[in-house]
Design a protein around this ligand. Structure first.
Ligand code: NAP
Ligand code: F7E
Length: 368
């Protein structure tokens, strides 16, 4: 029997990696996307899987579209990855964030309950739930203490997932995932913001990098490994909640130092602290304890912090080099005003094409 999976948030970072994994396991994959005025499928294109996925328009704030998506896909498994996932933005849009990240999961749980079908449900919960906790490392028994509208909304969906599991016997599980990164990470998140800037600084396209809180610590892992953990949770006999993390923590400053060093640069020359980038309230220290996932799911992280930073820097260097070489490929930078500005300044400085001088520069970089 061919298994069918419905993934919400197929255009985000995790959706395409999960889709790729499920396709490799023989699943038929359906993915929901929001209608936007400009299509946003660059990640699915980059992984080369866009034509293997059945795309369904749906919005987490709209019950009818979710019902339509579930009846169309008739899935065995639903992975609810869609979210307003940027914590900083949740302070500017708390109600929208609640609607999507909080109530969105309940809409799915209600659909599953009313259809009465055996549909398994995965909820993308988060280490942000631990927020202001002083306990470290954090595991499944650590009390939650959300510190942002994002985390408060995710706390609601965490509990609704647990409640529907216990009240109605629905196979519903929470993956409490700590930060996980990849070359498909959005440019607004700190890791990719740093590695994208390192690439541009190295290529002479940017002079400095402005960051907010350099002291906050995160437990950063590699996204493709984390989506594998999602699938493992859904294959268990009994639904349960799991922490997925590396067990190592590093500050934003350490990440920046490592990323600049990977390009042969000293971060202190380029990184400037900018008060305007501080959040009204931040989460200062996250470090996960994934031992339950190791024991029950036989899941362990493999990519180390150092390897992760290097692979992100390499990916952004390659993308900017390809762009400057005049290659056309699917990526996100052209959608960002800040990036476009740099691109157009480069083009006008160099003449019509971003070619000669920059090609020479790239040649020099390749030679070390
Ligand atoms: P992401 O890159 O921001 O992707 C979010 C996805 O949700 C995008 O496809 C986005 O569509 C979609 N979306 C946003 N609002 C929507 C709406 N109203 N209706 C339908 N779709 C909507 O996030 P990610 O990094 O892949 O994370 C996946 C999930 O895990 C999220 O729920 C996130 O909160 C959670 N999480 C992430 C991490 C992490 O470190 N990455 C850690 C723990 C938990 P557009 O492309 O149209 O914007
Ligand atoms: O911030 C600090 C910032 O935006 C990390 C989401 O996937 O992981 C992510 O949430 C830290 C924070 O991710 C800048 O203040 C400093 O302390 O990369 P971030 P996040 O907030 O940890 C969790 C697990 C999720 O669930 C979320 O969906 O870095 N920081 N300077 C900065 N952050 C950003 N974005 N930009 C800066 O300039």
């Amino acid at each position: 029997m061919v298994k069918r999976a419905l993934i919400t948030g197929i255009t985000g970072q995790d959706g395409p990696y999960l889709a790729k994994l499920l396709l490799s396991k023989g699943y038929k994959v359906y993915g929901t996307y929001r209608r936007t005025s400009t299509p946003n499928f660059w990640r699915l294109q980059q992984l080369g899987i866009i034509h293997r996925i059945t795309l369904i328009p749906a919005d987490l704030s709209d019950m009818s579209s979710l019902l339509e998506a579930v009846t169309t896909a008739d899935p065995h498994e639903i992975y609810n990855l869609a979210a307003q996932s940027f914590v900083g933005n949740s302070f500017d849009a708390p109600l929208l964030t609640t609607e999507i990240d909080g109530s969105g999961a309940t809409r799915f749980l209600e659909i599953i309950r009313h259809l009465g079908k055996n549909i398994k449900f995965y909820q993308a919960s988060t280490s942000e739930l631990y927020g202001a906790t002083r306990q470290s490392p954090q595991n499944e028994n650590t009390p939650f203490s959300p510190n942002s509208p994002y985390a408060a909304a995710k706390l609601y969906s965490f509990h609704m997932t647990r409640i529907y599991r216990n009240a109605y016997g629905i196979f519903a599980c929470n993956g409490i995932l700590f930060n996980h990164e990849s070359p498909l990470r959005g440019l607004e998140f700190v890791t990719r913001k740093i590695t994208n800037s390192v690439a541009k600084i190295k290529l002479g396209l940017q002079k400095e990098l402005r960051l907010g809180n350099l002291e906050t610590k995160r437990d950063w892992g590699f996204a493709p490994e984390y989506v594998h953990a999602m699938w493992l949770m859904m294959q268990q006999k009994k639904a349960d909640d799991f922490v997925i993390a590396t067990g190592e923590t590093h500050s934003v400053g350490e990440f920046a130092q490592e990323a600049f060093a990977a390009a042969g640069l000293d971060w202190r020359t380029y990184v400037k602290a900018d008060q305007r980038l501080l959040r009204p309230l931040d989460v200062t220290h996250l470090c996960g304890d994934p031992s339950k996932a190791g024991r029950v799911l036989d899941w362990k992280p493999k990519v180390t912090f150092g390897e992760l930073v290097k692979l992100l820097v390499r990916a952004d260097m390659e993308r900017w080099q390809k762009y400057l070489n005049g290659e056309i490929f699917a990526w996100d930078a052209p959608n960002y005003p800040s990036e476009l500005d740099i691109v157009s300044r480069t083009v006008s400085r160099e003449g019509k094409k971003p070619a000669t001088k920059i090609a020479k520069l790239i040649g020099r970089l390749h030679r070390g």
